[in-house]
Structure formats: structure tokens, C-alpha cells
Design a protein. Structure first.
Ligand code: AP5
Ligand code: MG
Length: 225
């Protein structure tokens, strides 16, 4: 029986440096295909905003562009995978980020009798990353993401959806982006080989318009427009 696009369940990982467009594309994939967007960065920022124990532990590390300990993020994802939402298909954005995280994820998926369909990997030059991140503005209420040049809100500094004042992330200065990118190269880029060995790695265009990149994601996943 033919399946509608929206019913297609895929379990995907987005791999890419800070500012690669993981969040931008994950939101689009969620809207188009009904996949659940799971961003460990968003989960940790939300915890920091609410002042929970998790948030208090994570905030100073995040603000400095450092990684939160593996055990902390592994625990978050392992719990989430046990819940009903995980069965709807998901896009993991920002997890895994280290080899121990990738290994923990593999184990958790075996336990949950689930598997990955693809790992989409974005490569973007550092100068483009710094430019994208310096211009990023986010809504603290609904999480919408803008760019002052590429994707400006209708009214300067104000969210189109709910009228909130937009903010800049504390880790979005050019120096911290370079530090985050350095950590990406050191700790996360080795995951490309990890997933290539498992025949899951699919490089996608990292540079271009968000629409052009989404078209490339469709192509790579074999999903017609
Ligand atoms: P996280 O929130 O995951 O940050 P990140 O990986 O550094 O990635 P970003 O969110 O900065 O970039 P993005 O790829 O989502 O780009 P976006 O779509 O917004 O993690 C933050 C912190 O949390 C970490 O540093 C760490 O401390 C902690 N953490 C999270 N997960 C962890 C883990 N697993 N282990 C340990 N610690 C963890 O796009 C960027 C901008 O560019 C936007 O303004 C957008 O509008 C614009 N844009 C997007 N696409 C394009 C395009 N094609 N052309 C032009 N502009 C574009
Ligand atoms: Mg993001």
C-alpha cells in the first residue's frame, strides 16, 4: 500500500559544525515529514532558563562553548528513546557529538529495537559559520530562528510569530564560535568515519540557500518534492 509522505518514519541524525543549519533544516524536516525534532542544545537551554539542576550544571559550559559531559546528554536521549514520541520518527540535532555518545546511542537503539536510517553530514567553511552565527537571533518564547540578513523578521528584533523581543545566544560571539568549531573538528568530526563504516553517512550540501539545502536533503533521502 502506498504511504503518504507524512507517514514515512525515518530516524535521522544531523551532523555538522555550529551554524551549519542543523536546527533550520530539522525544523523544516519536522514540518514536512512529521518527524520529531530533538535538539540537545534546545533541551539544555530550556533547562538553563528554568533553572533546573540540569540547567545549572549545563549553563556555564554552554556559555563558554564547551561540551556538557557525555553521561548527562546520554541520559537525556536514552530516556527520550523510551517514550512514545520516539516511535514517530526523529531527527537528532546536536547529538551524538562524541564517540562515547555515538556508542551509547547505538546501544540504546538496540535496546529499543530501533535503528537509524541515515546520518546527514553538513560541511561548511568556518568563515561562513561565523557569519551565520553572528547574525542569528532567536525567539526566547517559541524558539523561532532568524538571521539579520538572510532571514530577517518583519519588524527589526521582534519575533514574527509572537511579538517577543529576539535574543542572541551567549555562545554566539565569533571567538566562541571558533572554539565550538575547534571542538567539533576534534570530538565530533570523527563520527563521520564511525557512521561511514556503518554505511549510514550521507554528505549533503552545507552552503547555499536553506531551500537549496533542503532540496539536497530530499535528493539524498530519495524523497521526491
Ligand atoms: P547546539 O544548540 O546544538 O549548538 P551547535 O551545534 O553549536 O549548533 P547551532 O545551534 O549553533 O547551529 P545550527 O547548526 O543549529 O544552525 P542554525 O540552523 O541555527 O549546542 C549548544 C551547546 O549545548 C554546545 O556547545 C554544548 O555546550 C551543549 N550541547 C548540546 N548538545 C550536546 C551534546 N550532544 N554533547 C555535549 N554538549 C552538548 O543556523 C545558524 C544561523 O544561520 C541562523 O541564523 C540561520 O537563520 C542561518 N542559516 C541557516 N541556514 C542558512 C543558509 N543555508 N544560508 C544562510 N543562513 C543560514
Ligand atoms: Mg541549533
Amino acid at each position: 500500500m502506498a504511504r503518504h509522505m507524512g507517514e514515512e518514519r525515518m530516524n535521522l541524525i544531523l551532523l555538522g559544525p555550529p551554524g551549519a543549519g542543523k536546527g533550520t533544516q530539522a525544523k523544516r524536516m519536522s514540518a514536512e515529514w512529521g518527524l520529531i525534532h530533538v535538539s540537545t542544545g534546545d533541551i539544555l537551554r530550556d533547562a538553563a532558563k528554568r533553572g533546573t539542576a540540569l540547567g545549572l550544571q549545563a549553563k556555564p559550559l554552554m556559555d563558554q562553548g564547551q561540551l556538557v559531559p557525555d553521561a548527562v546528554v546520554n541520559g537525556i536521549i536514552e530516556e527520550w528513546l523510551k517514550g512514545p514520541e520516539a516511535r514517530k520518527g526523529f531527527v537528532l540535532d546536536g547529538f551524538p557529538r562524541t564517540l562515547p555518545q555515538a556508542e551509547a546511542l547505538s546501544q540504546a537503539l538496540v535496546t529499543a529495537k530501533m535503528s537509524l536510517d541515515a546520518v546527514l553530514s553538513f560541511d561548511v567553511p568556518e568563515a561562513v559559520l561565523v557569519d551565520r552565527i553572528s547574525g542569528r537571533r532567536s525567539c526566547p518564547a517559541c524558539g523561532s530562528v532568524y538571521h539579520v540578513v538572510e532571514r530577517p523578521p518583519a519588524r527589526d528584533g521582534i519575533c514574527d510569530k509572537d511579538g517577543e523581543a529576539l535574543i542572541q545566544r551567549a555562545d554566539d560571539t565569533p571567538e566562541k564560535v571558533r572554539e565550538r568549531n575547534r571542538l567539533y573538528e576534534q570530538k565530533t568530526a570523527p563520527l563521520k568515519a564511525f557512521y561511514a563504516e556503518r554505511h549510514l553517512l550521507r554528505p549533503v550540501a552545507g552552503v547555499g540557500t536553506p531551500d537549496g539545502i533542503f532540496a539536497d536533503i530530499r535528493r539524498v533521502l530519495g524523497k521526491a518534492a
